[in-house]
Every structure is written in structure tokens, then in C-alpha cells.
Design a protein around this ligand. Structure first.
Ligand SMILES: [Zn+2]
Length: 456
């Protein structure tokens, strides 16, 4: 015990002496894209390559973070997410880092046009509780600009604003993802020219690594290439960074690779599925526990809407056909207990509806209550009048018995338990089937030796 604590205190002493010369910087960046291409992760790549070649004393204290935020926010056309870069640099060089970020943004946005929405800031206060709260809010709710500005005032003098566009929310929230939590990694490769992946070479590289990868292909079809004008060639998702190195081999890509970097991310973790006691409001994400109180309504196209209630709170949930969840929702009965998780949107004439991303069902027994059969001829008997028992319409048999026939019916055998969307319908934050049971607690820590193509 004593030995352990002395190791710890000497480590702490080393840390504090290092930190008296080094400053811990957290850089948040978001919305550095434009209709003409460019994207926040590519900007981060360009910026970090320059920063680390100019400031040789700079050390990353974590992989660059790609932090996905609330997917229900309407003005986001592509995946809502910001980037955080966490560095230790000599205190005298802090302003140089801020200048390099400034210059890099001017250059990058100048090349692409647009950039009016870009947000970027550098914070020297690492563990600020307010930024963590902002992360949770930007992940699960709508963040008003005033909320952000009030919060940033509290973070204080150690904040350097570099760009103040709408992206400032995502930029600051990405910094706030400085929490021990489940995480995954994504290798992002950038392109010169066409996007093209050699499927056979890709699947060859994936051999033996399948357990450490997720959401990269479905039914032999690769899902790694985006479709927009951005400079991303491919993004490969995995459980640990070392498994992703197999995909940095340029021979896998028929298109030419201009660079690559590995991000630590909250993708595939369901982190936006927080439990809520009240019905979700539009633009909120989360989960609601309750009992089904209406028969599933089957809509045009096969989508299913149910009403769920608990202790006077009622909410609606929609299950879309493309998620594969509508088939399960269709066989729900009034009285089934459910947990519905997803993002809430506003529907005309209904109000907030949870667009379901996962569903857990605790089915109630299916019970049928019927009049008994006639013991003489077997026909189904009729009531002989209130409290008067039964009479047989066929043979006239009468019985003063009040007992009814109650039978337990069969329910869909696969109804109980967890249901997740089909792999094709998995979006950034949603945990795909193959990740269940692989959750881990990640803590920010310096990247392994090779984490980008500009490391040795
Ligand atoms: Zn009868």
C-alpha cells in the first residue's frame, strides 16, 4: 500500500513539475466544411501535421477525438460532430499554437470558400465541469447560443476564441468529452482525386480482425466510403487503434491516399441514450420506459407508431421500416412493457415522437378470456343473463357455473429482449449488434507510436 502510494506521489510530483513548464491545451473545432468540400476532420489533419512539425515539443495527450453530437438537430445535414485535440506544450508556446490554428483556418477556408459557420477555440482549463455538462447537453438536447456564451464566460480567461460561428457549440462540446466512457476508434484516410477501395484487398486486410471491427461492411458490401464532395477517401471503424493499422496500406485503395489519421470517438456507443423520466421534447435524445397503451398503428409504407405511458406521462414512438424494428413493434400488445430509445422529432397533430433506434420488450402473457364450452355437446355456450351462468345454444344445456375459459396464448418467441436496427440503418452514435458485450472504459491517454501518416 505504502509502495503504491509512494509510486503514485512520485508520479504526481513528476506530472506537476512537467505541468509547471507545460500547459495542457484542449482545442475544439467544428463546421469547417462548405458545399465545395473540406471537412472538419481533414482540417484537423492539415492543422496537426503543421503544428507537430513546427512545435517539436508539443505532445498529444490523447488521440484526436471525433465527437458525434445530437443527430436530431435539424440544420445538420451531415453527421453532427466536432473534433477535439488535446496537447501538452511548453507554456511559452501557447500563443504560437493559437496563431497556427488561426493561420491554418484562414488558409483552409480561403482555399474552399465558405467557412462562415466554423467554430474553433483553445481552452487551457482541462477538467472544466461546465464543458462536460455542455457535452452531455449537445449530445442529447438543443443548445441555445446564450447557454453556450454564459458557460464559456465561466470557463474564463484561459479560453482563446479563434472562430465564433455556429460550430462553436460542437467545438466546445467536443472538448467536454473528457470523461472515462465507452469509446471506439476510426481510421480516416484522405484522398487525392477519385474515391475507390479494392474490396478484395480490403477484406484480405480484415482477415482475423473481424472481432475488432464494426459497421464497415454488410452482406459483402463495403460501407466505408462517404458520398459527399469532402476529401475523405474512407473511414474504417474499430474497437482498438492497432487493428486499424492494417487498413493504412495504400494497396487497398485504388484511389490515391493523401494522408490518414486515427481518431478516438464516441461512435457506436449509444452515449446519447440517456434515461428520461419525462416524455422527450423535440430535438432531445434518450430512452423512455413505460407500458404500451394503444394498439400499434401501422402507417403507409409499413412504419409503426405506438403510444407508451408511465405514471401519467405519455409519449409516442415511431418504428421505421428501414430500421427493421417495425416488424417487432407491430406485434406489441397493450400492456407490454418497453424501453424505447432514440431521437425525438415534432410531428404535425401529434407533437414529439421518438424515432426509435433501439427497443427492449418485456412481453406480457397473451391471455384470451372466453365463454366455456358445453360439457354435453362441446358448443361454445352463451350467457344465460347477468349472474345466471351459461346456456348452450345448440342442445339447451344450462349451467349455473360462473367460470370462464382463460387460456394463455403464444407470443412471438423472439419478441422479448433487445432489438437494434439492421446494420444498414446504423447511424454514427448507435451501437451496432456486434458491439454489444465489447463496451469498455476508455480514458484519454497518449496515442501509440503510429497514429497518423506523419508520425514515424
Ligand atoms: Zn350443448
Amino acid at each position: 500500500m505504502r509502495a503504491l502510494s509512494s509510486v503514485r506521489s512520485s508520479k504526481e510530483a513528476l506530472h506537476s513539475s512537467l505541468m509547471s513548464v507545460f500547459a495542457e491545451l484542449h482545442i475544439g473545432i467544428d463546421d469547417v466544411d462548405s458545399p465545395r468540400g473540406g471537412c472538419t476532420t481533414h482540417f484537423t489533419y492539415v492543422f496537426l501535421r503543421r503544428l507537430l512539425s513546427e512545435i517539436l515539443e508539443a505532445r498529444l495527450i490523447d488521440y484526436p477525438n471525433l465527437v458525434r453530437l445530437n443527430p436530431a438537430i435539424p440544420f445538420k445535414t451531415r453527421g453532427n460532430g466536432g473534433v477535439a485535440v488535446r496537447l501538452a506544450v511548453p507554456k511559452g508556446l501557447v500563443s504560437r499554437v493559437v496563431d497556427i490554428l488561426h493561420e491554418s483556418l484562414d488558409y483552409y477556408i480561403g482555399e474552399l470558400g465558405g467557412g462562415g459557420d466554423a467554430g474553433a477555440l483553445v481552452v487551457e482549463a482541462p477538467a472544466h465541469e461546465g464543458l462536460r455538462r455542455l457535452y452531455w447537453k449537445a449530445l442529447t438536447d438543443y443548445v441555445h447560443r446564450d447557454y453556450l456564451m454564459t458557460l464559456l464566460e465561466k470557463v474564463g480567461d484561459l479560453t482563446h476564441y479563434v472562430r465564433g460561428g455556429r460550430g462553436l457549440v460542437g467545438a466546445a462540446a467536443a472538448i467536454g468529452w473528457y470523461i472515462p466512457s465507452d469509446c471506439t476508434y476510426e481510421l480516416i484516410l484522405y484522398r487525392n482525386g477519385e474515391r475507390c477501395v479494392d474490396k478484395d484487398a480490403f477484406m484480405m486486410a480484415a482477415r482475423g480482425l473481424t472481432n475488432a471491427l464494426f459497421s464497415n461492411w454488410v452482406d459483402g458490401k463495403l460501407l466505408v466510403m462517404p458520398h459527399g464532395p469532402d476529401p475523405v477517401l474512407a473511414g474504417i471503424r474499430g474497437e482498438d487503434p492497432s487493428a486499424l493499422l492494417a487498413f493504412t496500406d495504400p494497396k487497398i485503395y485504388c484511389g490515391s491516399v493523401s494522408g490518414w489519421m486515427i481518431y478516438r470517438t464516441n461512435q457506436g456507443t449509444n452515449q446519447h441514450h440517456i434515461m428520461r423520466a419525462d416524455a422527450l421534447r423535440p430535438y432531445q435524445t434518450g430512452c423512455f420506459d413505460g407500458v404500451v397503451v394503444s394498439r400499434p398503428e401501422i402507417r403507409k409504407g409499413g412504419d409503426v407508431v405506438i403510444r407508451v405511458a408511465w405514471e401519467g406521462v405519455t409519449t409516442y414512438a415511431a418504428f421505421f421500416r428501414e430500421t427493421g424494428l417495425s416488424g417487432v413493434a407491430r406485434s406489441l400488445l397493450i400492456g407490454d412493457a418497453v424501453r424505447v430509445c432514440g431521437t425525438a422529432k415534432y410531428w404535425e397533430r401529434i407533437g414529439a415522437v421518438i424515432h426509435a433506434e433501439t427497443l427492449i420488450v418485456w412481453p406480457r402473457p397473451a391471455v384470451t378470456v372466453r365463454n366455456p364450452r358445453c360439457p354435453r355437446c362441446g358448443a361454445r355456450m352463451k350467457s344465460a343473463g347477468k349472474r345466471k351462468g351459461w346456456k348452450c345454444p345448440k342442445c339447451g344445456y344450462r349451467s349455473s357455473e360462473l367460470r370462464r375459459e382463460i387460456t394463455l396464448g403464444k407470443r412471438e418467441p423472439l419478441l422479448a429482449g433487445l432489438h437494434v436496427p439492421r446494420d444498414e440503418a446504423i447511424k454514427h452514435l448507435i451501437k451496432p449488434r456486434q458491439r454489444y458485450g465489447k463496451e469498455k472504459v476508455c480514458v484519454p491517454s497518449p496515442p501509440m507510436t503510429r497514429w497518423s501518416d506523419f508520425t514515424p
